[in-house]
Design a protein around this ligand. Structure first.
Ligand code: ADP
Ligand code: MG
Length: 697
């Protein structure tokens, strides 16, 4: 298939396909279910299943799977064949029932559940999410699904995302009706997730157990040439990478993913793919698909796609900017400053809600991107710090200031800012987009949340964004509904909220040391690591917040807290064990071999040239031998710490991993990197940064 419009979505059982294949009343009923989030009727499900199976088998599918998103950052699937024995006969027919479509029972006891299920009642169930489309990939019909426990608790990342989208829609509706529904009756969050990644040669990857086991290098001296020349960012794409990208685009287009932009990123071997934004639920599914198709396509090209946040020390890590906005049911972007005073007032109210939400819930936004891997990236001079702030651009900040003080705004167009009476000056998008160092930037008609890491599921930040903005809007709607003098009350409310929350607005350099000091003075949180951030998750007010909007029950929240703590400690301990193994099996022995070689040389030289010769070899020998001894001692320390960590309970363990295990790994790394620089390459057993970062042409 050469035509892209024909190729696009050809593997998706999308709206057009459903309309064409389903009887009208079934189609209508399905649409209504998808929109309301209600349960699918059984009679509808069986017709849909039959038609979906016909379509899928025409597209080469022999199996189906409920495709769900457990509390890992990836997806899970279990494939069942369509085959069914012919009653009374010998052959098989292809069958797919309504029940199989809408409901599955994976034996999922090995997936993370944070104590929600004991293994003796391990069954969870999956249910089709009809607001996302089924698709065929690798001979299997994929059915996007939620995953819950028998008692109905969410065990996945899709269920709370759907709940948060509903919560936000509910509160947006109340605000829109205050403004007479001119922009629509409700709205959906839209998301465009920019995906960064590294590509390296597979044969070299396989020689690095740290990459294979942990997804990142645990040691490695800096490459001779890093990203200092800025010659990789937007540079010409190498042929092998180009051919990977072309395949990737094709695969994604088939699956209906709106892959749009591709380019080289700042670090050598680093790249980015950005899609066109869509509704948050499908955007999340699509990002999961993008990550998995990226990995699979890389394999086909003899490459490996690294999605880790910090595969290499000293060059940029990978993020996943989460662009977020609100689109009304009549197609209006609610963060687009409007043309009329009323539209402007509405825009300012939504803007204020976001500012308030971010300020009041800095902890939750930080937690939404928290992982052992992202801790290496945040604040490392290529990514925003762990401090949450909002950048609005100078112009919008000035407008808010004028509003707050009740004075004339003296920008390009002078106006006395009176809400509901004035039209805002047009704010050109490029004036708001320049600050790339902000964790949360208003970029003209959307917000760009830049803290999420490349491997994260975007459901996490979006669950939080949707919920906290819903909460701010709820408070506003509670205050304004029934107001006798709407414009005056609106004015007061916005002013009051700006005064309360303006400390979160920061347009300067987020990477600078001064900002960390200034943020401290402003009383903003600076939760440097996941272990520091996680305890905030289960604070009473957060439990109440999620309950209020029916996003998480207390039990669900606590189970997630346990899972996140466990994930953090497990990742750190995995890394510690990998360092121990690589060092003891390969690094110390390699250094010893080199020591032996040096000894031989020194002896030979000395016997020929006298005792004073071979001074260089003697010096290197001394350095290698000192470092190696130091390293052996550091391994004992690291092993003791890793063992002690295992005896601790969840929060203590995470804190211990942060304050003892990671520093011990850092010390080991320093010694290893120093050795790598002086040991003869003929003895060093692992590909170096030079090899890895310049492996793809
Ligand atoms: P840049 O980051 O270079 O300014 P764009 O603004 O064009 O680039 O878009 C970056 C990402 O933001 C893209 O994935 C795009 O689809 C997404 N995006 C643009 N508008 C919206 C919106 N209203 N809601 C959500 N995402 C959006
Ligand atoms: Mg961006």
């Amino acid at each position: 298939m050469d035509s892209i419009p024909e190729l696009f979505g050809s593997a998706v059982f999308g709206d057009e396909e459903m309309k064409a294949r389903l009887p009208k009343e079934i189609y209508d009923s399905l649409k209504a279910t998808a929109e309301s989030g209600a349960r699918l009727r059984e009679d509808v499900a069986s017709v849909v299943a039959e038609k979906m199976k016909d379509w899928a088998t025409e597209h080469g599918a022999t199996h189906f799977t409920h495709w769900f998103q457990p509390m890992t950052n990836i997806t899970a699937e279990k494939h069942d064949g369509f085959i069914s024995p012919v009653k009374g006969g010998e052959g098989v027919i292809m069958r797919f029932s309504g029940k199989e479509l809408s409901y599955g029972e994976p034996d999922a006891s090995s997936l993370p559940n944070g104590g929600l299920r004991n293994t003796f009642e391990a069954r969870g169930y999956t249910a089709w999410d009809p607001s996302s489309y089924a698709f065929v990939k690798d001979g299997t019909l994929y059915i996007p699904s939620v995953f819950c426990s028998y008692s109905g608790e969410a065990l996945d990342k899709k269920t709370p995302l759907l709940r948060s989208i509903q919560a936000l829609g509910r509160e947006v509706s109340r605000i829109l009706s205050l403004f007479g529904n001119a922009s629509g009756r409700t709205a959906t969050p839209t998301v465009g997730a920019e995906q960064e990644y590294f590509l390296i040669d597979k044969s070299l990857y396989l020689k690095r157990p740290d990459l294979v086991t942990c997804g990142r290098t645990l040691f490695g001296a800096p490459p001779t040439k890093g990203q200092e020349l800025h010659d990789h960012y937007f540079g010409a794409i190498k042929p092998r990478v180009m051919s990977f990208m072309a395949d990737l685009d094709k695969e994604l287009w088939k699956l209906g993913v709106l892959a749009k932009t591709k380019h080289n990123e700042a670090a050598p071997s680093q790249h980015e793919l950005a899609p066109i934004f869509i509704g948050a639920n499908r955007a999340n599914d699509h990002n999961q698909l993008t990550m998995s198709v990226m990995r699979a396509t890389a394999e086909k090209h003899g490459l490996v796609c690294l999605l880790h946040e910090k595969p290499f020390k000293g060059v940029n890590g990978s993020g996943k900017h989460n662009n977020w906005s609100l689109l009304s049911d009549t197609g209006v972007n609610l963060f687009e400053p409007g043309e009329t005073p009323s539209e402007n007032a509405q825009f300012l109210l939504f803007l204020t809600a976001v500012i308030k939400a971010v300020d009041e819930h800095q902890d939750l936004l930080r937690i939404s991107v928290a992982s052992a891997s992202n801790d290496h990236r945040l604040g490392a001079n290529e990514a925003p710090p762990a401090i949450v702030s909002v950048s609005l651009g100078e112009e919008l900040t000035e407008i808010l200031r004028a509003l707050e003080k009740g004075v004339t705004y003296k920008g390009r167009k002078k106006i006395q800012m009176e809400i509901g009476a004035d039209v805002l000056p047009k704010i050109p998008k490029d004036t708001t987009d320049r600050n790339r160092t902000s964790p949360f930037a208003f970029t003209g008609n959307k917000f760009e949340f830049r803290m999420p890491g490349s491997s994260l599921s975007v459901s996490d930040p979006n669950i939080i964004l949707n919920t906290i903005v819903a909460d701010a809007l709820k408070e506003f709607a509670d205050a304004l509904e029934g107001s006798a003098n709407f414009n005056a009350d609106l004015n007061d409310l916005i002013r009051r909220e700006i005064v309360r929350h303006k400390r979160i607005i920061f347009n300067g350099d987020g990477y600078s040391r001064e900002w960390a000091e200034e943020a401290k003075k402003r009383g903003l949180l600076n939760l440097a690591t996941t272990a520091d951030a996680l305890p905030y998750f289960v604070k009473d007010e957060n439990i109440e917040l999620f309950k209020r909007h029916h996003v998480f029950t207390e039990t669900e929240l606590r189970s997630r807290y346990e899972i996140l703590l466990e994930n953090y400690s497990t990742s750190v301990l995995f890394e510690a064990l990998t360092v121990l193994e690589m060092t003891r099996h390969n690094i110390i022995p390699a250094a010893e071999e080199y020591e032996n070689e040096l000894c031989d040389v020194i002896m030979k030289k000395s016997s020929i040239l006298g005792e004073d010769s071979a001074s260089l070899e003697r010096k290197i020998l001394k350095d290698v031998s000192d470092l190696n001894e130091k390293l052996a001692a550091l391994m004992i320390d690291l092993q003791e710490k890793a063992e002690r960590a295992k005896t601790l309970s969840s929060l203590e363990k995470a804190t211990y991993c942060k304050s003892e295990v990671r520093p011990a790994m850092k010390n080991a790394r320093e010694a290893i990197d120093a050795l790598e620089v002086i040991v003869d390459a003929a003895f060093w057993r692992f590909p170096t940064y030079n090899d890895l970062l310049y492996s793809v042409n």
